[in-house]
Write a protein that binds this ligand. Structure first.
Ligand SMILES: [Zn+2]
Length: 180
């Protein structure tokens, strides 16, 4: 499946599970055994916030071996996360990267509130760089996800490749993902 088609299929799966609430992604014994026997062939890399309400496998109704997930607070990517994404692309042959931000993001709120020191600084400084001087959480969340998508494209040299990097925002209450 081409990366754009894969993206559409995952968005369709998201709509269905947001509506039904029923997970059919596959975490049964036979799913796990199949994944051991056949190895992993993930459909997408998902770079998501660590927020406990944002759960990529549930959001896209995906099971064992379907998603290669990288999660950090505020979905910020540093060298280690970039290396993980590069591994997924180069070694697992994944051509779709979804960068998944969300509403009510604590990392964006912390950056807006100027919490730029202490142990959380590596996250909040990165988010601060992404969002500029906005005081609006909504604008901050949008800018942040778009910024990280650009960082991934640029640092991994993906601009003229088949790899599709798609910024998206997840709405916790509706359960829906929208491309941004
Ligand atoms: Zn968040």
């Amino acid at each position: 499946m081409k990366p754009f088609e894969q993206l559409q299929a995952l968005l369709e799966a998201n709509k269905e599970i947001a509506d039904s609430g029923i997970f059919t992604g596959g975490f049964r014994r036979q799913n796990r055994e199949k994944a051991v026997k056949e190895g992993q062939h993930p459909k997408a890399i998902v770079v998501s916030c660590s927020d406990s309400r944002v759960i990529p496998e549930l959001i896209f109704n995906c099971g064992v071996g379907d998603l290669f997930v990288i999660r950090t607070a505020g979905e910020v990517v540093s060298d280690v996360e970039l290396a993980s994404i590069a591994y997924g692309i180069e070694h697992l042959g994944i051509e779709l990267v979804i960068v998944l931000g969300h509403d009510r993001c604590g990392a964006v709120a912390a950056a807006i509130n100027g919490e730029l020191e202490g142990a959380v600084a590596p996250v909040t400084n990165k988010v601060n760089e992404a969002i500029g001087d906005t005081k609006s959480p909504k604008i901050g969340e949008l800018r942040n996800v778009q910024f990280e998508a650009e960082v991934i494209k640029e640092k991994l040299g993906l601009k003229d490749t088949n790899v599709l990097v798609a910024p998206a925002l997840y709405d916790i209450a509706s359960g829906l993902v929208e491309l941004r």
